[in-house]
Design a protein around this ligand. Structure first.
Ligand code: HEM
Length: 379
């Protein structure tokens, strides 16, 4: 027979009439514990205490969390920069110079933003590599892998749009490439053309993308990503035995509360903040003079060097097709690789293909470093 909620609640209360929240065994609870309990009663933070397998605390398995910590630094420093940056083309370059020379702490905050972006890109790429090597993109985590690929694409776009904002020669040439590539994809590239909204400069629209659209989408996807990690639980360590389904850590692997994992991630986040802070002082990002139209003399940020080698070989379309091929390959991974094994030793084909792609990217990157910038725009 079904019982009412009241009956169920009464049945779960202790027989002595207490609420079950009072200290037992006579030991008084500390004030801190009482405050935490009161907050937990209202916000349910205790739900974060769920167990996670021990291996989730390894550095390699914490890279997603470190990426999220870099995102946090980017959001805080970005909010500060927005107060002093002016996206109107006539004023943009001067406002960045003013941030660096005329705003108290501006040079440091800009440096932190720049270096946290580098950290986020590198840790997201390493996180993706870890997910690949440990076979964590396999059933049932394929959809979450694809959400990750989408986030990586958005992070790449955020770095690209951020480069344009400083509106020096490098930023201007990056935008010029953007406009030319938009033309190559006809209707799909409409948003990337100045005629899409001819009353609003492209720089202002890219600024909107950089401060609202891209971070907003990354945050929404990051929440989904986190919820799916919680739902599927962290994938089993490939060199330890998995459970019977082959998709979860075994019941006998030691666990720790997720809150302890969060503490570790916070500590890693402080390390990233410290390194970004040191680099912001020792190697602040440069800002060049206002741009000159019609010349092409700069190199893009290092994460785009590999596609610019392709551009040197086949023209502007090399950038478009190179990036599309790279992301199509990433998207295809869980569809092509149906092998249920997770250990890299048992996946020689997948590991050889991935290794070849990495070597190709490194070779293309190095070739760009060794090649002088060439004229491609308007050709
Ligand atoms: C760009 C921002 C990203 C953030 C903030 C992020 C965050 C996280 C976090 C916190 C976890 C928990 C485990 C861990 O830290 O390793 C995780 C797991 C996962 N991530 Fe990401 N991630 C990002 C990008 C990616 C990318 C680019 C991919 C793959 C293309 C990806 C695929 C996955 C998968 C499949 C899992 C489950 C792994 C497992 O259970 O072992 N993520 N992510």
């Amino acid at each position: 027979m079904a019982t009412s909620i009241d009956q169920q609640a009464r049945a779960s209360q202790p027989a002595d009439g207490s609420t079950g929240r009072e200290p037992t065994g006579g030991a008084p609870r500390g004030r801190g514990r009482l405050i935490l309990d009161a907050i937990d009663e209202r916000l349910g933070i205790g739900a974060l205490e769920y167990p996670v397998p021990d291996h989730a605390n390894n550095l390699a398995w914490s890279l997603g969390g470190i990426t999220a910590a870099s995102l946090g630094i980017l959001i805080v420093t970005g909010i500060l920069l927005v107060q002093f940056y002016n996206p109107v083309p006539e004023a943009a370059n001067a406002s960045v110079r003013h941030i660096v020379t005329g705003v108290w702490g501006g040079r440091f905050v800009r440096g932190l933003h720049f270096w946290a972006a580098q950290a986020m890109y590198v840790t997201a790429a390493l996180h993706m590599a870890r997910v690949f090597v440990t076979g964590s993109y396999k059933r049932p985590r394929e959809a979450n892998y694809l959400i990750g690929v989408a986030m990586f694409g958005l992070v790449t776009l955020a770095i690209f749009t951020g480069t344009v904002l400083k509106w020096d020669q490098e930023g201007f040439e990056a935008l010029s490439h953007n406009i030319e590539i938009g033309k190559l994809v006809a209707g799909v590239g409409l948003w990337f053309s100045p005629t899409f909204a001819d009353q609003v400069p492209m720089l202002v629209r890219l600024y909107g993308a950089h401060v609202v659209i891209l971070p907003g989408l990354i945050l929404v996807l990051a929440v989904l990503h986190g919820l799916l990690v919680k739902k599927h639980k962290i994938s089993p360590h490939p060199s330890l035995p998995a459970d019977d389904t082959g998709t979860q850590a075994p019941a006998d692997e030691p666990t720790e509360p997720f809150t302890h994992h969060l503490r570790r991630i916070a500590a890693f986040g402080v390390v990233v903040l410290g390194i970004a802070g040191i680099l912001a002082v020792l190697a602040p990002p440069p800002v060049g003079a206002p741009p000159v139209a019609g010349i092409e003399i700069t190199r893009p940020p290092w994460m785009f060097w590999w596609v610019f080698t392709l551009e040197n070989w086949v023209g502007l379309s090399g950038i478009l097709w190179g990036e599309l091929a790279f992301f199509a390959l990433l998207v295809a991974v869980p569809f092509i690789d149906r092998n249920p094994r997770r250990s890299w030793r048992q996946r020689p084909v997948a590991m050889s293909i991935a290794g070849s792609v990495v070597v190709l990217l490194v070779v293309l990157t190095v070739l760009m470093a060794a090649t002088p910038a060439k004229q491609h725009l308007g050709m």
